[in-house]
Design a protein around this ligand. Structure first.
Ligand code: UT7
Length: 331
């Protein structure tokens, strides 16, 4: 198969993590849980929690500023902002528009993509289309999540899993460069929506006292079922994305999987055919930051020198929807 040439390059990455660290022991002070259970079942040791007055737009803008600085892009040069979030600052307007205002990107068109934990890969594929089609010279992709605002802090089966943070990348036309997006693969299955969702508080079941009393505006998850689908879908998606890129697993220098649970990461790597030495892991430090996990990991992997120019990087994610997707990149 002919190897595709990238049409779109990543020219900058950035991340933002709130300062406040909440350890498993901190959670065990008011929940029937333990550091031992959380570490054994999830690999999570601690997570960052944003202060009450810090929203997704603030965190997204902070990550975006770093990506723009690395890319040498001024706010006025950004043509499109595509922002993934499951935790918008408010229902109207989009968090992309709130972030645009914070950044001063007054020439950009800005909109949100909702695909939960797969949001970054979905947003990247939309941005790739914009840039490849010549509709944008500079695209800003942001994934930002304040998961602490949508978990039930009295539910030990979900609250211990999540954390807050944001990541961002700048995309530009590859113009003949060998670096950039090689391929992607996306999937979704709405029949399984109720495995991981927020039942109330939207237009189908508007916010009411009953919603608040039942806490149905907060995350509900069938953990074991989600686990099984996550591993299968992510491993399959990795194979398709690699095939579309004309690569094999042996060509991959680093797998950057969605960071939900170390056991899911290890099982996905195994079924995808990659040893753990080639897998990036930071779930121990941040927990599950939904769509933000992959861009935060990408920025850290770059900073740590784990990926260098020419590296083939495979990113993969899975989440509510259900949604999943993988993207092969040449760094
Ligand atoms: O971002 C994408 C979406 N999310 C995911 O990918 C998450 C997918 N699911 C998972 O990661 C795992 O299913 C969990 C970490 C959520 C749960 O791990 P598990 O090994 O599947 O545990 P379980 O749900 O089967 O629960 C086992 C036991 C239960 O007790 P019994 O019924 O065996 O007595 C739970 O009540 O562990 C109990 N448990 C806890 N115990 C202490 C559940 N949560 C906790 C907790 N601390 N925090």
């Amino acid at each position: 198969m002919k190897k595709p040439s990238p049409l779109v390059e990543i020219t900058g990455t950035g991340r933002f993590l709130p300062d406040d660290i909440v350890t498993n022991d901190d959670l065990a002070e008011h929940l029937d849980t333990s550091d031992e259970w959380i570490q054994t079942r999830t690999g999570i040791r601690e997570r960052r929690i944003a202060p009450p007055d810090m929203g997704a737009a603030y965190m997204g803008a902070a990550a975006a500023r770093k990506a723009m600085e690395q890319a040498g892009v001024e706010p006025g040069e950004v043509d499109v902002i595509i922002l993934a979030t499951a935790t918008p600052d408010r229902w109207l307007p989009s968090t992309a528009c709130d972030t645009q205002a914070l950044l001063g990107c007054s020439n950009a068109v800005a909109f949100d993509v909702i695909a939960a934990c797969t949001g970054f890969i979905y947003a990247m594929s939309v941005a790739e289309c914009y840039v490849a089609a010549g509709r944008a010279e500079v695209a800003l992709v942001i994934a930002t999540e304040k998961m602490s605002s949508i978990v039930d802090w009295e539910d030990r089966s979900t609250s211990v899993l999540f954390g807050d943070g944001a990541g961002a990348v700048v995309l530009r036309p590859a113009n003949g460069s060998a670096r950039g997006i090689l391929s992607s693969h996306l999937g979704s299955n709405g029949d399984l929506a109720d495995l991981l969702y927020r039942p109330g508080g939207g237009s189908a079941v508007p916010l009411s006292q009953q919603v608040l009393d039942e806490k149905s505006h907060l995350i509900r998850m069938e953990g074991r079922e989600v686990f099984k689908h996550a591993v299968r879908c992510m491993a399959d998606s990795c194979h398709v994305a690699l095939q579309n890129a004309g690569l094999t697993v042996d060509d991959v220098q680093l797998l950057i999987p969605h960071q939900a649970n170390i056991r899911i990461i290890a099982a996905t790597a195994k079924y995808a055919g990659l040893p753990m030495e080639k897998v990036f892991v930071n779930v121990n430090r941040y927990g599950n930051m939904s769509s933000a996990t992959v861009p935060v990991a990408l920025d850290e992997a770059d900073e740590e020198g784990l990926i260098t120019p020419g590296s083939n990087v495979l990113t993969v994610a899975f989440g509510s929807g259900l949604t999943w997707g993988a993207m092969a990149l040449r760094w």
